[in-house]
Design a protein around this ligand. Structure first.
Ligand code: NAI
Length: 308
């Protein structure tokens, strides 16, 4: 199984590292536009192989997409990250051009590829890939929900004073500070609804901190996060590579599901060898339905800025 990761920056290198360390792929190709950068990251990572005990071969290239030919999965992380105080939506001008160009190159050399979109504003970038790649819709998956759900579980465990392995929860809707929808009504601690443990103030804290999870890190780091994003991508790639049929919230093209059409938004889905095997319909409360629709309206407005 060959995986290409475009963008060898913070998130791309983290993706490559986690994928390699989990040892389920034969080859990872890093691509970057900066001369020698992907080659350098690949070499550095390969020199961890004997230390960390993996056999995945990692190579790098400065924009030679022939080296990516025959990739089963490609991850797009190329583009600029946000700086403190910026929203993800402000990145659209630069990142749309990069994502479109990268997609064309990927599909040219790997016509059967499954693309995981990471670059922000991610829901809009995933929509752009749908509109420009010519790939079947089950082959385009936006990464947001996997990361946001991990951040939700982190905050739940903190508020519950419980180990993270005891909690379960999911974030759907948009990958944005305002459009994220942590499903508190469905979150559990060992099968028991968390609402039985957390008072109203704690519930509000968990939801708010989850939604600004990325912004909090951007403020602390001066740029956006990379460890958890890289780990989230590796879980998605592994679900495809090992045909796990794992349920992961992802940004997918909706055609009537959750009352939406012609938009990519975060919904739970079964991810396996074919990419998206099935979108899962979770019953939302009336309030959640309203918030999902509001998130859709906001993403649709950002999508309106795209030029194909
Ligand atoms: P970074 O700046 O560290 O890395 C981006 C890399 O892309 C750079 O090395 C740059 O040279 C490369 N690049 C730019 N144009 C390119 C092109 N045309 N072809 C190939 N490579 C190109 O940024 P970082 O932190 O890795 O973030 C990458 C993107 O991922 C950002 O848009 C960020 O907002 C997004 N992101 C999304 C997350 C999500 O949950 N969906 C989570 C974290 C980041």
């Amino acid at each position: 199984m060959k995986v290409t990761v475009v963008g060898a920056g913070a998130v791309g290198a983290s993706c490559a590292e986690y994928i390699a360390m989990k040892n389920f792929c034969s080859e990872v190709v890093l691509v970057d536009i900066k001369e020698g950068f992907a080659e350098g990251k690949a070499m550095d990572l390969m020199q961890t192989a004997s230390l960390n005990g993996f056999d995945t071969k990692i190579t790098g290239t400065t924009g030679d997409y022939s080296k990516t030919a025959g990739s089963h999965v490609a991850v797009i992380t190329s583009g600029i990250p946000r700086k403190p105080g910026m929203t993800r939506e402000e990145l659209i001008g630069i990142n749309a051009g990069i994502v479109k160009d990268v997609t064309e190159n990927l599909v040219k050399h790997s016509p059967d590829v499954i693309i995981i979109v990471v670059s922000n504003p991610m829901d809009t970038m995933a929509y752009l890939v749908h509109k420009t790649s010519g790939l079947a819709k089950h082959k385009i998956i936006g990464m947001g929900g996997a990361l946001d759900s991990a951040r939700f579980k982190y905050r739940l465990a903190e508020a519950l004073e419980a180990p993270i392995s005891d909690v379960d929860g999911m974030v759907i809707a948009a990958h944005s500070d305002t459009g994220m929808l942590p499903l508190l009504s469905k979150a559990t601690r060992n099968g028991v609804p968390v609402t039985e443990f957390l008072d109203a103030e704690q519930q509000k804290y968990v939801i708010e901190e989850t939604k600004v999870g990325g912004a909090t890190l951007t403020k602390l780091l001066g740029t956006s996060a990379w460890y958890a994003p890289g780990a989230a991508v590796s879980v998605m790639v592994q679900a495809i590579a090992c045909d796990q049929k794992k349920m992961i919230p992802c940004s997918l093209m909706l055609e009537g599901e959750y009352g939406q059409n012609d938009i990519c938004l975060g919904v739970p889905a079964i991810i396996g060898a074919n990419g998206v095997e099935k979108i899962v319909n979770v019953t939302l409360t009336a309030e959640e339905q309203l918030k999902f629709a509001e998130a859709a309206n906001a993403v649709r407005e950002v999508n309106g800025d795209l030029k194909f």
